[in-house]
Design a protein around this ligand. Structure first.
Ligand code: URP
Ligand code: ZN
Ligand code: ZN
Length: 473
């Protein structure tokens, strides 16, 4: 087994930072030692196979992106990143684990959906991966199948209050699924938007000739997110199911989550970089069809309503617990352009899996979150929330050697002809400048990125069997 010493860096965890060397033996972290330590009289640097010099840099647990959709069939097309291209891009950005969504569609069996996603991912991934299960058809058969998901290493499932006719569940279906969630310990993940009301508004806007991408954001009003979030919380309260609301963008939805948490309920929220940096006016309203690049649901919110400031604050106060990307990329040509003349036909999704660690680190530079909180919301909490902690989300003996060396004095210019490895013909983050740089990425002991070079390979990534949430009270 190869041994590596990461020496001279500052190890940052969710709870603190310290100067320390990290000894990696094979796929695991063997020891975290005072700088320059010897082990049983041996000079470590001289004894290991490889020394990675992290002087002046941060040594952090690899990022965990707990919300991705690689090659997801959606909106009449398929998300443009495969498990191969998407996980490679993730590695470039310092993410060493993704949790993607297996899908059971209407009329399909849950375990067939899960098996299909295993087939797509197996042998393709550059980094480790797990699955949540989308239940797109809640019925007696799927409710029964949900009882076996934890045995499959799938400890969370997603329901949709949006997208009628696609993945939508009505309140009775949600109630029944949450009953199973409460009994089995499965985390209920909720896409909380009032889909039927949104569809009515979409039809009104289109009838008025309001067809530009901007109106995607108008139709999916914050009231629709707040209402659905509240309803999901009440159903979770009634059933006793733990609830995790995905891609939260509206400050009113955060307030619903915060109130429920203050009330002692096991309710959690995830936001995404797009809701922290981008807006209805500047991106969706960019003019003409340009805004299609940023059509996603929940939508970007108005900068005049202070959702972004509130979201950053919520990350500080733990009203929102973590940041995932909801990576669901589509190209402009041949995919997004299906919605020219009708915004409702633009496939919903943004690609960010490569940039999440950098974009959130910029929040540290900008004084919005602490260094430790950066690690917590991008790695440690996702690991705990979704039953991977111990192996993932931490730098400690026995943990998987998923480690990132991050240079706070480095620089990252994001753009299509600069750092771009996602399979998209545009970057939703074009022109963003990050005052930091992912220097080295290690996935289970193997260096997959080093000094702007990809050293990984498809098939290195392994399926992560997850246990139930380690975040519940
Ligand atoms: O726009 C989005 N969010 N696309 C991916 C599907 C989903 O709802 O998460
Ligand atoms: Zn969703
Ligand atoms: Zn999603």
């Amino acid at each position: 087994m190869a041994t590596t010493l990461i020496s001279g860096g500052t190890v940052v965890t969710a709870t603190g930072r310290s100067a320390a060397d990290v000894l990696v033996d094979g796929e695991k972290i063997a020891a975290v030692l005072a700088p320059g330590s010897t082990l049983l009289g041996h000079d470590l640097a001289a004894s290991v196979d490889t020394v990675l010099d992290a002087t002046g840099k941060y040594v952090i647990p690899g990022g965990i992106d707990a919300h991705t959709h690689m090659q997801m069939p959606f909106g009449g097309t398929e998300a443009s990143d495969t498990f191969e291209t998407g996980t490679r891009a993730a590695a470039w950005g310092g993410t060493t684990t993704i949790v993607d969504f297996a899908i059971q569609r209407y009329g399909e069996r849950v375990m067939d959906g899960l098996a299909a996603w295993h087939d797509k991912a197996a042998g393709e991934c550059a980094i480790d991966y797990g699955f949540h299960q989308i239940i797109g058809d809640v019925n007696d058969d799927s409710l029964k199948a949900m009882e076996s998901l934890v045995d499959e290493g799938v400890s969370s499932y997603k329901l949709f209050m949006a997208y009628p006719g696609v993945f939508y569940s009505d309140d009775a279906q949600i109630y029944k699924a949450m009953r199973v969630g409460a009994e089995t310990g499965l985390m209920t993940m909720m896409h909380a938007e009032n889909g039927p009301a949104i569809d009515a508004m979409v039809a009104e806007l289109l009838a008025q000739g309001k067809t530009d991408p901007y109106y995607h954001g108008v139709a999916r009003a914050w009231q629709m997110e707040e209402e659905a979030t509240h309803r999901a919380i009440m159903l979770a309260n009634l059933t006793g199911a733990p609830l995790y609301v995905v891609h939260v963008s509206a400050k009113q939805a955060v307030e619903q989550l915060a109130a429920a948490r203050d009330n002692g309920q096991n309710v959690f929220g995830e936001t995404c970089p797009q809701y922290l940096y981008l807006s209805l006016e500047d991106q969706l309203g960019a003019g003409g069809f340009e805004g299609a690049k940023w059509v996603c649901s929940t939508p970007l919110r108005s900068k005049h309503e202070h959702h972004q400031d509130h979201m950053w604050q919520s990350l500080r106060t733990n009203d929102i617990q973590m940041v995932a990307t909801d990576h669901c990329p589509f190209c402009m040509k041949g995919q997004k352009d299906m919605g020219v003349g009708d915004f409702s036909k633009i496939p919903n999704g943004i690609g960010s899996v490569e940039h999440r660690m950098d974009l959130m680190y910029q929040g540290v530079v900008d004084g919005k979150i602490s260094l430790e909180r950066w690690v917590e919301i991008t790695s440690t909490t996702p690991a705990r929330m979704f039953g991977m902690y111990g192996a993932k989300g931490v730098i400690a003996p026995g943990a998987d050697a998923d480690v990132v060396i991050y240079d706070p004095n480095g620089h990252t210019s994001i753009g299509l002809d600069k750092t771009h490895h996602m399979n998209m013909d545009y970057s939703a983050w074009e022109g963003f400048e990050i005052e930091g740089h992912v220097d080295t990425v290690m996935s289970r002991g193997r260096v997959v990125i080093n000094n702007n070079e990809y050293l990984g390979s498809k098939g290195h990534g392994q399926y992560v069997r997850r246990s139930t949430s380690q975040y519940l009270v």
